[in-house]
Design a protein around this ligand. Structure first.
Ligand code: SAM
Length: 215
């Protein structure tokens, strides 16, 4: 994602501490307390400007959603959207964190589902380890997910899709569903689009892989 640095980003996030969490470490094993219920927790890693997670939270009030993003300037986009729509949802938090450090933020089994939407493809071979579906990240995700937890990937990038299929298979994830053209296949009418999805779907298929830790 092209990033224009917003020098006021940290101040804006700090002023929205009702929905934004900057120091997630304090909520490790405490997220249910923060939400005030025991509903399942679904997270999106790399939420960008938040369209997907905001719409999910508004459509599914019985699920707790956490949108995770590593860049404050990008997070501000989601915060502004929520402010403009005056759509402060009790089941939505936005967390500033890097995916690789999520063990510090979530206890083992604290998360029920992880969404990876249009993750950066990192096409160069020497950058393979930066892909969010590479083994080091999958280890982290395995540690924070419940035993039957789900990991769902959506992408328009054929190379990342193929790499992720192999990486998930090698990691021993159980495949629930693989879709080669999400927007033109039956049974996916409840799909919630992301910013990137709206932008890039006119140019080619959107791929989706649904996996579970255990079959
Ligand atoms: N999910 C959004 C969508 O589909 O429109 C944004 C996709 S954008 C290509 C990828 C996002 O992931 C960027 O906002 C980027 O900052 C974020 N990101 C990349 N690596 C990350 C990491 N290690 N931890 C958290 N967020 C990350």
């Amino acid at each position: 994602m092209r990033l224009r640095n917003n020098p006021k980003a940290n101040d804006i996030l700090a002023a929205h501490d009702d929905m934004v969490v900057i120091d997630g470490v304090q909520y490790k094993n405490q997220w249910h307390k923060l939400f005030g219920n025991n509903h399942p927790i679904y997270i999106e890693i790399g939420m960008g400007k938040g369209d997907f997670i905001i719409e999910n939270a508004s459509r599914y009030p019985e699920i707790n959603f956490i949108g995770i993003e590593k860049f404050p300037s990008v997070m501000v986009g989601a915060v502004k959207k929520i402010d403009i729509q005056d759509n402060h949802l009790p089941n939505l938090k936005l967390l500033k964190a890097d995916a690789i450090s999520l063990r510090d933020v979530f206890e083992k089994g604290e998360v029920n589902r992880i969404y990876l939407n249009f993750s950066d493809p990192w096409p160069k071979k020497r950058h393979t380890k930066r892909r969010l579906t590479s083994p080091a990240f999958l280890e982290v995700f395995q540690d924070i997910l419940v035993l039957d937890g789900e990991l769902i990937l959506k992408t328009d990038n054929r190379s990342l899709f193929e790499y992720s299929l192999v990486s998930f298979q090698n990691f021993g994830l159980y495949f629930e569903d693989v879709c080669l053209d999400l927007h033109h296949s039956e049974g996916y009418e409840d799909n919630i689009q992301t910013e990137y999805e709206r932008k890039f779907s006119p140019f080619g298929p959107i791929y989706q892989i649904k996996t579970r830790l255990k079959g």
